[in-house]
Design a protein around this ligand. Structure first.
Ligand code: ADE
Length: 245
């Protein structure tokens, strides 16, 4: 997978994407990444990329040409010739979820467009954008933090990026599941121990506990996600009769 981010704040994007797990994935060549500075395509000496809004209204709007020229340069910069998908980060977009992360993780080339100020001239959006993604029902000052979240959630699904992924996390019925509780040393902390099964050394029972604990967390905290999971009657029975008893 190769990613390009069109932004007025390439340093902000680089600071996040080139750190930690995504940074290692980029260094190891598992993911291609580059931030494209829209200001480099300003077309004037002052680096001006925005102007006032026709019809009045507050703030400034990013102009068509710098965005379009930065996008063209990004389109031409991919190693593979497969058509890129262009995603505009916007609170007007469809809210991002794990299903979308899985879908994006299978794309070859992705361009993220991050707006700032009051947004971007609609005419260039109409020409270059394939879809709009929001990360939630609130308004950020720009698309960069949203793009970082989407890139992080997507990159960790690219094979090889996360070491030792649990096998079941790939199974479709577990893709919405929340993580089971986890514990580390000491075994007794402030008078509280850890679930006995986890120190039993019994592999099969431990896996069974993790699975049921994960179902339980999802059921209690996020019934909306629990409903989307395809859980067999047998597993539901185990959840109720074994885990919750
Ligand atoms: N830009 C501003 N707010 C946003 C949001 N909630 N999601 C994605 N991009 C945004």
């Amino acid at each position: 997978m190769e990613i390009r981010v069109l932004t007025l704040f390439p340093d902000l994007m680089d600071a996040v994407v080139l750190s930690s797990i995504t940074g290692r994935a980029v260094n190891e060549g598992l993911i291609g990444y580059r931030a494209v500075d829209i200001r480099d395509y300003a077309g004037n000496r002052y680096g001006k990329v925005d102007d006032s809004v026709y019809g009045g209204g507050k703030g400034m709007l990013m102009m068509c040409d710098p965005v379009y020229d930065a996008w063209q340069s990004a389109v031409c910069s991919f190693d593979s010739e497969s058509n890129p998908i262009t995603i505009y980060m916007s609170p007007k977009g469809k809210v991002f979820d794990q299903k979308k992360a899985i879908e994006l993780s299978q794309k070859e080339n992705i361009i993220f467009l991050c707006g700032h100020y009051e947004g971007i001239d609609q005419r260039v959006l109409d020409v270059i954008v394939d879809e709009e993604i929001s990360i939630g029902d609130y308004v950020l000052t720009g698309g960069e933090i949203a793009a970082c979240a989407v890139i992080d959630a997507t990159a960790r699904l690219v094979p090889g990026v996360l070491p030792g992924e649990e096998a079941y996390s790939d199974e479709s019925h577990m893709k919405y599941a929340l993580e089971h509780p986890q514990y580390t040393k000491p075994a007794l902390w402030h008078g509280t121990g850890v679930p006995e099964v986890l120190t039993s050394g019994h592999h099969k029972n431990i896996e069974e506990w993790k699975y049921l604990a994960s179902l339980y967390e999802t059921m209690i905290r996020r019934p909306d996600l629990f409903e989307k999971m395809e859980i067999s009657q047998e597993d539901l029975n185990r959840l109720i009769n074994d885990y919750m008893k």
